[in-house]
Design a protein around this ligand. Sequence first.
Ligand code: 1GP
Length: 250
Amino acid sequence: MKIFENLKSVAQKKGGAYFVLIDPDTRKSAELKDFVQEICAQGADAILVGGSLIIGADFQNSLEIVKENSTLPIIIFPGSLQQLSFDADAILYLSVISGRNPNLLFGDHVIAAPTIKKMNIEPISTGYMLFESGQTTTAEFMSNTRPLPVNKPEIAMAHALAAQYMGFSTVYLEAGSGALRSIPNQVVKAVSSYIDIPVIVGGGIRTPEEARLKSEAGATFIVTGNIYDDSENIKLINEFARAVHIKENS
Ligand code: 1GP
């Protein structure tokens, strides 16, 4: 558990840690190289790679480029069993606990486990909780599950606590990539203060201020991805990182 333990220490020290998600479909090789270098130079804490549905990109090829250009931990955020690579340091070993799709609760995991062991990448057991966020997201559609309501924090709290009791290392509160609305701060707060394992929050976070409020609400790790589809925004990585690192920049 070296990678995840280190990231928890980073978050503890800085008041939160910031992850940038790379969807391999969104960048050509040359742009990907520059993007990875910017993520590292501008103070993010880890790189996630993956997508609910990858259509055009070659996952392994993208991972190679990320690895060649990164000084940060590289964590696969898998949308499917096809998204595995020797070039990652770790993988979010996701169970979609907000839903009741058996393969995504404990099915694909059985198929992937021997490969993950062979590849020697660190599995980070993650209770993945999809929330409704204003419209159907790719994650929701592809997982064939119903998202959690945002106006009933007690349901989310019970799911997260069950995840902790079952031994998950973390829970991921997910609004879905490009979500109209990110996870409400009061839901982040309700869940984070109710459980003892770290909370990852992502989906639809568009400004550093929004990221800071989630960090202040108790999120341990903040993820953004979509915002950088517009290359103009890449210069904002440092602002996001500083916003999440609330202990260093209060
Ligand atoms: C999606 O939580 C991540 O799985 C990031 O979401 O792309 O909306 O930032 P965005």
